[in-house]
Design a protein around this ligand. Structure first.
Ligand SMILES: [Zn+2]
Length: 402
């Protein structure tokens, strides 16, 4: 029998019956999903079923057996193979809907995802399980001017909150104690801290699927936002929806918080496109190109989300190690080094690092990526004429962005 080739457009005859559904908007939409755990699985599955054209999924973690109870896209074989969550989620979502593209990014959402990607998506969905990650994601979304939809689950309950620039900010809503806790974990610049996991909470597949579904429903509303025409939706912008499975209740609370002096509200609007710039260029090449692009003679690249560490020193025994990695890769470096791995937990490890990289940086032949700028990032540059933000535009193709 001859092979019959199916020709169809995803959602035809189904979504086309919905008066509010705009097929072109959904097909052309880009959504960034931060986290590929229980919520991330549900969120990506639903985005794929809706036919959202391009999904980017970020997670640095590998699959474990315990994830299987509430992650619809994972299989036992993935846990055995210690596969990366983001990669498996991407592959399975494209099996569900072969007409979309899902790009996995294995890495940290703060230091290993180019800021250009945050700027180019329609909406960001947070599927995270720690306050630090939410704090960091909020900073990037506010900087990029993007709405982000936060989901959280615990036992039979769950909550969805929608943060948007000018309306509601995660950092503004933190209590002093919560804020101090985050600073304790992220703040101390020169001492190594392995990122301890926050206490694990028990979750169920039910709360994950309910919260993940509501997050995608809110994302669809953002995708359909139209400044020139009214939409029939009420959104959760500046609100929290809380679902309580024990008692079958669902309530919406106002909780918008936007303070005037919050550092998270710094918006990067004026971005210089660096058409020839890429994270694969060396520091030396980059400096030359940036000087000519901005018509300046002095440049210093400021690392806002990462640091470059050349040497670490332990106090007991007193020893130096030449590491040459971005801070985001230091944990992995320490775990992979037998001598460092076996040190007592009491040993202090000091880092020697670079945050602002100017003419006197000693490693000019390293690439931006080796130093800790991800592809398609936006680099803050201080010059004699002021501060600029320059995009590594030549990397856009890595994310299918023209
Ligand atoms: Zn704020």
């Amino acid at each position: 029998m001859a092979e019959v080739k199916l020709t169809y457009e995803w959602g035809d005859g189904v979504y086309t019956l919905l008066s509010w559904f705009k097929k072109e908007k959904v097909k052309n939409a880009r959504v960034l999903v931060a986290g590929a755990g229980a919520l991330g699985n549900e969120v990506v599955k639903n985005l794929a079923l809706f036919g959202v054209g391009h999904i980017y999924v970020v997670d640095f973690d590998q699959i474990e057996i315990s994830n299987l109870t509430r992650s619809v896209l994972f299989r036992e074989s993935d846990a055995m193979a210690h596969s990366y969550k983001a990669e498996v989620v991407a592959r399975r979502a494209m099996e569900i809907n072969p007409q979309i593209k899902v790009t996995p990014i294995v890495g940290n959402l703060f230091s290993e995802v180019g800021f250009g990607l945050y700027r180019s998506v329609d909406v960001v969905i947070g599927c995270l399980d720690s306050r630090i990650a939410r704090y960091q994601l909020n900073r990037l979304c506010m900087r990029a001017g993007k709405t982000w939809i936060d989901g959280s689950i615990e036992n039979l309950t769950g909550a969805v909150r929608v943060y948007a620039p000018g309306v509601c900010c995660y950092e503004c809503g933190l209590s002093r104690e919560e804020f101090n806790n985050i600073m304790l974990r992220t703040g101390c610049a020169d001492v190594v801290r392995t990122q301890g996991k926050e206490g694990r909470v028990a979750t169920t597949p039910i709360s994950a699927s309910i919260v993940g579904a509501l997050q995608v429903q809110e994302a669809m509303k953002v995708i359909h936002q139209d400044d020139n025409a009214p939409t029939p939706f009420k959104t959760l912008q500046g609100k929290m929806l809380r679902y309580e499975g024990m008692t079958n209740s669902m309530n919406i609370y106002k909780f918008a918080s936007w303070k005037s002096n919050c550092p998270a509200h710094e918006r990067w609007d004026n971005i210089e496109k660096g058409e020839g710039l890429s994270a694969s260029l060396t520091m030396k090449e980059t400096m030359e190109q940036v000087k000519s692009l901005l018509a300046v003679t002095e440049v210093e690249l400021n690392m806002r989300n990462n640091k470059f560490i050349d040497v670490i020193a332990t106090d007991h025994p007193q020893k130096e190690f030449e590491v040459m990695v971005p801070e985001s890769k230091l944990d992995a470096y320490i775990k992979a080094n037998k001598e460092l791995r076996q040190l007592s937990y009491k040993t202090l490890i000091h880092k020697h690092f670079f945050e602002n990289i100017g003419e006197r940086f000693p490693y000019m032949n390293l690439t931006l990526q080796e130093i800790g700028f991800p592809p398609y990032d936006v680099v803050e540059v201080t010059t004699e004429k002021g501060v600029y933000h320059v995009e590594l535009t030549n990397d856009a193709h890595l994310y299918d962005i023209d």
